[in-house]
Each structure stands twice: as structure tokens, then as C-alpha cells.
Design a protein around this ligand. Structure first.
Ligand SMILES: [Fe+2]
Ligand SMILES: [Fe+2]
Length: 155
């Protein structure tokens, strides 16, 4: 069992975790750029337009998260998490839904971590990002005709 000291949150650890978030943002930008153009079929045209909006919002998130990492003394990551591709509309939307679910799980934890370090401005920025990620999750679930999953919160 890890000791309390090993578990202690530091600014360095928050910067490292935010760099993982940044890699997820890069992944989201790439996926939304690709899927918004590859999605075919009359019934998917509305969501394809929405994905182009998501792509731009993810770029804004990447810029904000890089700013937080730099502020905390870290070097912002330049590596996206892997992006899956598919020719099938439903699969693309599922990949996006899974990624948004994981993104929300992580940001929920990150808000608490930023609060714990009294980095309330970072926590506030993360909350605003979370609002948009939740909108992304809902619009993907709606396009798939399912209820939005409950992401929970990362450990
Ligand atoms: Fe994002
Ligand atoms: Fe998103």
C-alpha cells in the first residue's frame, strides 16, 4: 500500500496529469477533423456539422491546457493519444463517445486536484471545458440514439 507521502499531490504531478489531458485534446482535434469529413449518409449530416464545431472547441481546450501546464512549470506535450479510424459512421461516433467519456472522467478529477492545490483559476477553466465536453458527449449520444453514459470520475 502506498504511503501518504507518495500520494501527495504536487504542482509537478498536476502538470503531468494535465499533459495527459492535452494529449487527449490533440486526439480529439484529429478525430473530429477526420470524422467530420469522412462521415457519410443523409441521417448523419447534422452531426457531421456539429463535429466541425467540436474540432474548434477542442483546439481551444488544447490551448488552455497548454497554458496551465506552462504556468505550472511543465513543458506542454506534443503527442496525441492514438486516433482510431473507421469507414462506418456509427463506429466513428462510438469512438468519439468513448473518448469524451474518458475525457470527462479525467477532467472531473483534475478539477478536484486543482482545488486541492488552491489553483482555483485552473479549476475554473477546467469547469468551463467540462461544460463543453459534456455537450459533446450529449450530442454524440443523441446522434447514436442512446442515453448519455455516466462517465464517473477518474481515480
Ligand atoms: Fe476538449
Ligand atoms: Fe470534447
Amino acid at each position: 500500500m502506498p504511503t501518504k507521502t507518495e500520494n501527495k499531490l504536487t504542482r509537478q504531478k498536476l502538470a503531468d496529469a494535465l499533459n495527459e489531458d492535452l494529449s487527449r485534446e490533440y486526439q480529439a482535434i484529429i478525430a473530429y477533423v477526420n470524422y467530420s469529413q469522412v462521415l457519410k449518409g443523409a441521417s448523419y449530416m447534422n452531426i457531421a456539422d456539429e463535429l466541425t464545431v467540436h474540432a474548434k472547441e477542442e483546439l481551444d481546450h488544447a490551448l488552455q491546457i497548454s497554458n496551465f501546464v506552462d504556468y505550472l512549470g511543465g513543458m506542454p506535450s506534443v503527442t496525441p493519444k492514438p486516433v482510431k479510424t473507421s469507414e462506418k459512421a456509427e463506429e466513428m461516433l462510438r469512438f468519439d463517445l468513448d473518448n469524451e467519456t474518458e475525457t470527462i472522467r479525467q477532467y472531473r478529477r483534475r478539477v478536484k486536484q486543482a482545488d486541492e492545490l488552491n489553483e482555483f483559476a485552473i479549476a475554473e477553466g477546467l469547469r468551463e471545458i467540462l461544460v463543453q465536453e459534456q455537450d459533446h458527449l450529449i450530442s454524440l449520444a443523441t446522434a447514436l440514439g442512446i442515453d448519455p453514459p455516466n462517465p464517473g470520475i477518474a481515480d
